[in-house]
Design a protein around this ligand. Structure first.
Ligand SMILES: Cc1cc2nc3c(=O)[nH]c(=O)nc-3n(C[C@H](O)[C@H](O)[C@H](O)COP(=O)(O)OP(=O)(O)OC[C@H]3O[C@@H](n4cnc5c(N)ncnc54)[C@H](O)[C@@H]3O)c2cc1C
Length: 393
C-alpha cells in the first residue's frame, strides 16, 4: 500500500529543504526526496558559500532580501551558530544605463537611498587604495557593509537536521518520475514505489521544466552552466580581498560579457592553501540549455576559461595561478525573476532561481509553506507568478 504524507517535497536543494524546514512544526508528516543527495553537485545548491545583499536595483527584491535577513537571524539563533558572514559587498565598475542580471550600480544606489539601506559611494581611486583591485579611471563603486556570504552547506545541514529531528523523512537516491494531481497527489518513484500526499511542493531546480511540462505549463526556462574557479594568491594579499561584483559594458556578442564576481578569503579548506573563489556571471550560448541532462563530462570551453583568466590577471592584484575550475547550473528566467506559485489546488512550485535565490531561502521556504497550507503569504508574491507574461512562450 502507498504511504501517505501530509506534504511531499520533490528536491533536496535550498528550496525543498527550506520549505520543509518552515513546515516542520505545522504538519505531522513530510517526505523530502532527492534523486541524488542533499545539495548534490548536479544541482544549484552545492558549494560552501553564496552572497547575500539588499543592494538590488529592484525595490521588490531588496525588500524581500531585507525580510529574508530578519528570518536568517532567527534561524541563526535557533541553530546556535552563524549561517552568514557579514563582511560587506562591493559593486564596482561602469554604469551605462542598462540593467544586468545582477542589476546596476546606479539603480541599486537609488533603491538603497530610498529604503535607507546603509552604503558607501567610492571612486575608482578609493577602491584601488582600499582593496587589491585594479580599476579604470571612469569606474565607481558602491559598498554595502551589512552584506556578506551565506554559509550554504551549513544552512542545508541545519535545515536537514531539523527536519529529521522533528520526525520527518528525507530520502536520497529517490527519483520522482511523476506527480499526478487529484484529490490526493500521487507521486511515483523510479523504483516503482508510490506515495500519496495531501499537498506537494516541487523544488526541482534545473529539472523543473520536466514537472512544469507534465502539468501543462509551457514557460520559458533555460539552464545556464556557470563557471567559477579557485585562484592561488600571494599570502600578503590573502586577507585583503573583498566580496565583489564587477560590472563592465560590453557589446552584444562579445565573448567577454563583462560581469564577474569574487569572494574574500573565508578560511575554508580550499583557502588554507591560499585560494580565493572568482566566477563569471554569464553563460555563453554553448552552456545554455533548454533541457537539463547533467553530466560530469561537460567540457568547459577553453575560450571562456581564457576570458576569466584575462579579467582576473588584469584586474585582481596578487593572483598567482588558477588551480581548480567548476561548472554549476542555475535556472534562468527571461526577467531574471523567480517562480513561486501554486500550480493547482494541491501542488506548489519554486523554480527559475535565476542564480540569486539562496539569500532568499527563508522567505522562499516560509512563502511555500504558507501557499501549501492555504495561508496568506509573507508579502505579495504575484511578481513571482508562473503565468506572468515575461515567461510565456
Ligand atoms: C555558480 C552559482 C553561484 C550562485 N551564487 C549565488 C549567490 O551568490 N547568492 C544567491 O543568493 N544565490 C546564488 N546562486 C543561486 C542559488 O545557489 C540557487 O538559487 C539555489 O541553490 C537553488 O536551489 P533550488 O533548491 O531551487 O535548486 P537545486 O539546488 O538544484 O535543488 C533541486 C533539487 O531537486 C532534485 N531533483 C530534481 N528533479 C528530481 C526528481 N525528479 N526527483 C527527485 N529529486 C529531484 C535535484 O537533485 C536537486 O537536488 C548561485 C548559483 C550558482 C549555480
Amino acid at each position: 500500500m502507498e504511504k501517505y504524507y501530509d506534504v511531499i517535497v520533490v528536491g533536496g536543494g535550498m528550496a525543498g529543504l527550506s520549505s520543509a524546514y518552515a513546515l516542520r512544526n505545522s504538519v505531522d508528516s513530510i517526505l523530502v526526496c532527492d534523486q541524488y543527495g542533499v545539495g548534490n553537485t548536479f544541482g544549484s545548491s552545492s558549494g560552501r558559500t553564496r552572497m547575500f545583499r539588499e543592494m538590488y536595483s529592484s525595490a521588490y527584491y531588496s525588500q524581500a532580501a531585507k525580510f529574508s535577513n530578519v528570518l536568517w537571524k532567527s534561524q541563526e539563533r535557533l541553530c546556535g551558530k552563524r549561517l552568514r558572514v557579514p563582511h560587506g559587498l562591493l559593486f564596482y565598475g561602469e554604469d551605462w544605463g542598462e540593467e544586468t542580471i545582477e542589476g546596476s550600480i546606479c539603480a541599486a544606489k537609488e533603491v538603497m537611498q530610498k529604503h535607507l539601506i546603509p552604503f558607501e559611494s567610492l571612486t575608482a581611486k578609493e577602491i584601488s587604495a582600499r582593496w587589491p583591485l585594479r580599476t579604470e579611471p571612469r569606474w565607481q563603486g558602491l559598498f554595502e557593509p551589512a552584506a556578506g556570504a551565506v554559509l550554504a552547506s551549513e544552512a542545508l545541514k541545519f535545515w536537514s537536521d531539523e527536519i529529521v529531528r522533528c520526525g520527518h523523512e528525507i530520502r536520497t537516491e529517490t527519483k520522482v518520475i511523476s506527480v499526478c494531481d487529484g484529490a490526493d497527489v500521487k507521486v511515483t518513484f523510479e523504483n516503482g514505489l508510490k506515495a500519496l500526499s495531501k499537498r506537494c511542493i516541487l523544488a526541482a531546480g534545473p529539472w523543473s521544466k520536466y514537472f512544469l511540462k507534465a502539468l501543462g505549463y509551457k514557460v520559458h526556462l533555460q539552464v545556464w552552466q556557470m563557471l567559477w574557479a579557485y585562484y592561488s594568491v600571494e599570502t600578503n594579499q590573502l586577507e585583503r580581498y573583498p566580496q565583489w561584483f564587477c560590472f563592465q559594458e560590453k557589446l552584444k556578442g562579445d565573448p567577454d560579457q563583462g560581469l564577474y564576481y569574487g569572494f574574500p578569503y573565508m578560511g575554508d579548506r580550499k583557502s588554507d592553501r591560499g585560494l580565493i573563489k572568482i566566477g563569471i556571471d554569464w553563460a555563453p550560448e554553448k552552456l545554455k540549455m533548454s533541457d537539463y541532462y547533467p553530466s560530469k563530462n561537460i567540457k568547459i570551453p577553453r575560450k571562456l576559461l581564457q576570458t576569466l583568466d584575462n579579467f582576473v590577471f588584469a584586474y585582481i592584484e596578487g593572483v598567482k595561478a588558477r588551480v581548480e575550475t567548476h561548472l554549476c547550473p542555475y535556472t534562468m528566467s527571461p526577467d531574471a525573476g523567480f517562480v513561486l506559485d501554486r500550480l493547482s489546488n494541491n501542488i506548489c512550485i519554486f523554480s527559475h532561481d535565476s542564480g540569486q535565490a539562496f539569500k532568499f531561502a527563508p522567505v522562499i521556504g516560509e512563502n511555500l509553506k504558507r501557499l501549501v497550507l492555504d495561508e496568506p503569504t509573507l508579502f505579495d508574491v504575484s511578481p513571482w507568478s508562473v503565468s506572468r507574461s515575461s515567461l510565456s512562450l
